[in-house]
Design a protein around this ligand. Sequence first.
Ligand SMILES: [Zn+2]
Length: 319
Amino acid sequence: MKYYIGFDLGGTKVVAAALDEKFNILSRSKEKAGADKGTDAVYEVICSVIKKACEEANIILDDVVAIGGCAPGLVCPKTGLVFDTPNLGFKNFPLRQKLEDDFKVPVIIENDVNAGLYGELKFGAAKGFENVIAISPGTGVGGGVVINGKPYRGSMGGAGEFGHIIVQPDGPLCGCGQRGCLETLSSRTAISMQLASFSIRGRIPMIAEAANGNLKKIKSGLIAKAYNSGNKDTKTIVHHAAKYLGVGMAGLVNCFNPEAVILGGGLIEALPEPFTSISAKVMREQAMGNMGDIPVKEAQLGDDAVIIGAAQLAKEAEA
Ligand SMILES: [Zn+2]
């Protein structure tokens, strides 16, 4: 029996899963990344989570034939170098080489959004499509592209930075230094900031009570709760974010002419409506000709998408 390992190195935690040949997930293990202890410590956590996933699935490391991992930020899929991960401190870290030396199996390292979209392409919402784009509004706005059935990574692995497409010149200031980037208008952070300022003014009591102006406490679940309670200001803020998501999607549709757009991430999971319908409407109005007449679908695999996608890429590389 052949087994595969998929892992997801996130900003705060590492998750690994063992999968069998049919890609059933046999186990999941999770640990805090511990970025404050340095990159070597994070690497040790990755190794330990992989070993634990094997133990919990009752398989031995010798039966693992390939490992697929993903990391946030700039990753070179050819060399497996993790160039730059803002929250983890990795700078040109040879993650693939180190894992191959330690585990003696082929390893691939992919950007997390690409891996997630690939998981959805093979097993989830994008199954059956060849040309797809994915957008996930969260802390920022992540993006992924599949062209002719394969992830499109660009020359440096940096393709898919949809969050920094400028959709409103002279709009809000972005962390990248520009103004009016998509993520300043459509990310969960952008929504939370507006909700915080309204709640401080006493306009959204539910948010004021739960978060007391603390931006970090205004998560997707709370946004959905305030929205579903019918609070008028929350509706205005969320609809505005969904509208700009559609503006960004229209531009992307004009660039890539995809067969479908997949929306993913915690905010979309919490509020599939109105995000899907409003963004699709704006996209169809603004895209050129009939290129916008395509489905806008919610991702299906949740957090598993990145693990399954990375493991699938490792399987294909090993075959
Ligand atoms: Zn930006």
